[in-house]
Structure formats: structure tokens, C-alpha cells
Design a protein around this ligand. Structure first.
Ligand code: SAM
Ligand code: SF4
Length: 332
């Protein structure tokens, strides 16, 4: 069912996309996201699947049409496919997609397809097995590559997300991009953001990366076709099957067309990635009479959070960043 309502924020932006961190657990330990030794939130403080569905129903009634399931690692939480099936059944929700590290994706793929998953992003920062272990703390590159092959065979829409870190995997930029040469997938470079453990690492500017691409491919073309719900800018290399995307929070402000809010694993609605302000939905979800949340109160809280959405992020002025949470709770 096509949603009929638009939820506009104060700046006239239509907010139709919600990212949901369904868990702060993960089966990898990426050095810029969830290094070894990170404390976990107690499961009782994490949204249940029923609570996520309550929030999504209220959000869909207001104009949210697209959902992204993320984490932590969404496939590390049991029953993820059942959640997707339930979300797809909510009136007004047109698309449910997922971002995963890919380790369990191959095994879960048939149940995810059966549940109606519309597309998947796989995060993959290196094609080198030793480097993969160094970045993620686990020797799982082969499982991820196997998952990628299975997704390609299934024809599910696939994007690869790459975060480059200087001196660690930035030398692999062209090899990683080349995954899109002959295969039906986009490869996207996400600039490392100074959120959570990302503050301690050094990323690579996408402006620099684009110059490297242009030097090798002077015939590079802008690709203005729609590839998804997000702020990525795409370039096409003539003759390549997939496109190269750039998500440039640090060096390419896209706030004018921002269409999203985020729901953290602990039930906080987050209007903008770089600010700590959130609307806590837990008291509404767990404090109602008989424990039943009021949909009217959820809608009101969502509208207020959208109203509070700032005009733009402040990543270029690090002193103004007020987000102190971790990416595993926020969902990236
Ligand atoms: N575990 C899943 C995965 O890795 O795709 C989903 C959660 S993960 C937090 C979502 C995305 O956020 C991943 O592509 C990851 O590389 C990215 N990410 C994590 N920390 C980041 C940071 N500080 N800056 C930019 N991207 C980050
Ligand atoms: Fe886990 Fe994804 Fe974070 Fe890596 S980026 S630690 S896979 S949540």
C-alpha cells in the first residue's frame, strides 16, 4: 500500500525513512565501531520485537514508508526474519531493507527472502583475510564473501558498504570498488564519522577518493538514477555493471535532503546522527496502563522528535558534536 501522508519537518523535508538498531550485540569487533571489551546493554533494556512493531505502526501512520534494520549485527538477534515479516505487514510500510556484516547472511538468506526483505547492504572493508581479522577481530572474510555470492545468485538488490581507514585499508580502495565492475552491485564508500570509537580513527575524505577515481577514469560519469533512500552520490565508470557511491558526511553536506530518523536499540528516537538529543519512547512503551502503549502518545512523541530535527549536522565542527553514544546502539 502506498503511504498517503507526508511527515514534514520544520525545514520542509519529508521524513519517510527510519533506521532501526535492533540489537547492540555483534559477532564482529570492528575497531572503529565495537572493539573488544565493550560493555553490552542488558537485554531487558533493548526494545522487544513487539515494541519495535508498535513504534513502526505509529511511525507509518505519520508517513514513515521505508525501514532499515541495522544494529549491532541484526542477524545476531534470533528471529530477525520474523521481525521483517511483521514490519512488511504494517500498512504504509513499502520497503524493509537491512545492513549487515554478512557473516550470517548466507545461512539466513532464504528466510529473509521469504519474509520479504527488499534489499541488503553488506559492510565489507577489505578483501584480505588477515586484514579482515585485524579490522573486525574475527576470521570471517570467507563467510562474508560466500554470503555476497549467494545474494548475487538470489538477485536480491545488493550494495557493499566500505569504510576506509588511513594506513589500514585505504590502499584497497580500487580493489574493493572493482567488485562492481562485472557484478550487479553498487560499492559505496562511507566516510568515517567521529561518533563512538570512530573518534579515535582516521578516515579518508571522499573528495580525495573521487580524485583518485578521476585520475584512473577520466570518463567517469555522474549517475543521477535513484539507488536507494540515502544521501549517497553515485558515479559510473563506463563499462562497469554497478556504480560507485560516496556517502560523505564529513566532506559533502547532504542535510538539505535528509529524509531520516533513527530508532536506537534502547528505544530512543534520534533526529540527527551528530547530536545527542533523543526522544525516549520507553516510558510510553512500558509505562502505559496494563503495559499497553498508547499509539496516540507514540505518534505525538515521533512528531515532536521530527519537529526537533536540526537543520544540519555539525561534523565539520567537532566541538559541537553532542552525540556520545556508540554506533552499535545508533545503527550507523
Ligand atoms: N553490523 C552491521 C554492519 O556492519 O553493516 C550493521 C551495523 S553497522 C553500525 C552499520 C554501518 O555503520 C556499517 O557499514 C559500519 O561500517 C558503519 N559504521 C560504524 N561506525 C562508523 C563510523 N564511526 N563512521 C562511519 N561508519 C561507521
Ligand atoms: Fe559489528 Fe557492524 Fe559495528 Fe562491525 S560495524 S562491529 S559488524 S555493528
Amino acid at each position: 500500500m502506498k503511504g498517503t501522508k507526508d511527515m514534514l519537518d520544520r525545514y520542509g523535508r519529508s521524513i519517510e525513512y527510519m533506521r532501526i538498531s535492533i540489537t547492540d550485540r555483534c559477532n564482529l569487533r570492528c575497531i572503529y565501531c565495537m572493539p573488544e571489551g565493550v560493555d553490552l546493554v542488558s537485554m531487558k533494556d533493548i526494545l522487544t520485537y513487539e515494541e519495535i512493531c508498535e513504534i513502526c505502526s505509529a511511525a507509518a501512520a505519520l508517513g514513515i514508508r521505508k525501514l532499515k534494520i541495522t544494529g549491532g549485527e541484526p542477524l545476531a538477534r534470533l528471529g530477525c526474519a520474523d521481525l521483517i515479516r511483521s514490519l512488511k505487514a504494517i500498512p504504509g510500510i513499502e520497503q524493509v531493507t537491512m545492513t549487515t556484516n554478512g557473516v550470517l547472511l548466507g545461512k539466513c538468506l532464504s528466510s529473509l527472502l521469504d519474509a520479504g526483505l527488499d534489499a541488503v547492504n553488506v559492510s565489507l572493508d577489505t578483501l584480505n583475510r588477515e586484514r579482515f581479522s585485524a579490522i573486525t577481530g574475527r576470521d570471517e572474510l570467507l563467510s562474508v564473501l560466500d554470503s555476497v555470492e549467494r545474494v548475487l545468485d538470489s538477485k536480491l538488490r545488493l550494495k557493499i558498504n566500505v569504510v576506509l581507514q588511513r594506513g589500514i585499508n585505504d590502499g584497497e580502495w580500487y580493489e574493493l570498488a572493482s567488485l562492481a565492475r562485472d557484478r550487479q552491485m553498487d560499492v559505496r564508500f562511507i566516510e568515517l564519522m567521529p561518533i563512538g570509537f570512530g573518534q579515535k580513527r582516521e578516515g579518508v575524505a571522499n573528495t580525495e577518493l573521487k580524485e583518485r577515481f578521476r585520475a584512473l577514469h577520466p570518463d567517469l560519469q555522474e549517475d543521477s538514477s535513484v539507488h536507494g533512500n540515502g544521501p549517497a552520490v553515485y558515479l559510473r565508470i563506463p563499462g562497469w555493471t554497478g556504480s560507485i557511491g560516496f556517502i560523505s558526511a564529513m566532506h559533502g553536506k547532504f542535510c538539505g535532503s535528509c529524509n531520516r530518523i533513527r530508532l536506537t536499540s534502547q528505544g530512543r528516537l534520534k533526529p540527527c546522527l551528530c547530536y545527542g538529543e533523543t526522544a525516549n519512547l520507553m516510558p510510553i512503551l512500558r509505562g502505559g496502563p496494563g503495559g499497553k502503549p498508547s499509539e496516540a502518545m507514540l505518534r505525538q512523541a515521533i512528531e515532536q522528535a521530527v519537529y526537533a530535527k536540526p537543520e544540519q549536522h555539525c561534523f565539520e565542527e567537532p566541538d559541537m558534536i553532542t552525540e556520545t553514544g556508540r554506533m552499535i546502539s545508533i545503527g550507523g
